[in-house]
Write a protein that binds this ligand. Sequence first.
Ligand code: SF4
Length: 55
Amino acid sequence: MAYKITDTCVACGTCQGECPVGAISEGDIYSIDADTCISCGTCASVCPTGAIEEA
Ligand code: SF4
């Protein structure tokens, strides 16, 4: 199980610096590498738009 970023993302970049395993990549909306994610939930807790949810 990994987390995923939905289209509510405004590409603010807040989550990227918080991920302990570097699973989050920049883009028009940010994305999470499911193979790297350890499902810690840190990104979901810091996202200002609530765009990150469990996949
Ligand atoms: Fe990174 Fe944790 Fe978010 Fe997975 S759940 S992308 S490991 S911060």
